[in-house]
Write a protein that binds this ligand. Structure first.
Ligand SMILES: [Zn+2]
Length: 106
C-alpha cells in the first residue's frame, strides 16, 4: 500500500507512522499482508478502523493507495485508491481510536 501523510511518504520506520507521520515509536502491524510502521498502537487501531470503514462503504477488498491530510484534532481528509477507483472522505476518531465522524467528500 502506498501511503502519503501530510505530503510525505509514510508507513515505514524511515518515513514515519502510516497514520500521523511521526517518526518516534516502534510499533508494527501487518495490514493487508504488509508490515506497516506506526508510532503507537492507537494510530494502528485508528488506521485499521479507517480502512475497515472504507472497505465497508466501497466493497473493495484491498486498498492500493491512501493519502491522508490533517491530524487528530482537525480530523483527516483522505483519498483512497483501489484498482483505478478513487474514494474521498473525511474521518475523525474519538479517544478510543474508534471512527467518530466519517463523511464521503468530493
Ligand atoms: Zn502515529
Amino acid at each position: 500500500m502506498k501511503i502519503q501523510v501530510n505530503g510525505s511518504k509514510a508507513g515505514d520506520k524511515e518515513s514515519g507512522c502510516a497514520l500521523c507521520g511521526a517518526t518516534w515509536g516502534d510499533y508494527y502491524e501487518e495490514i493487508d499482508g504488509e508490515r506497516l510502521f506506526f508510532c503507537c498502537d492507537v494510530c494502528a487501531t485508528e488506521f485499521k478502523n479507517m480502512l475497515k470503514e472504507v472497505k465497508n462503504r466501497t466493497g473493495w477488498k484491498k486498498i492500493d493507495e491512501i493519502t491522508i491530510n490533517g491530524n487528530f484534532y482537525k480530523g483527516r481528509t483522505c483519498i483512497a485508491k483501489s484498482g483505478g477507483n478513487e474514494f474521498k472522505f473525511y474521518v475523525r476518531f474519538n479517544d478510543n481510536a474508534e471512527v467518530e465522524t466519517f463523511k464521503v467528500t468530493d
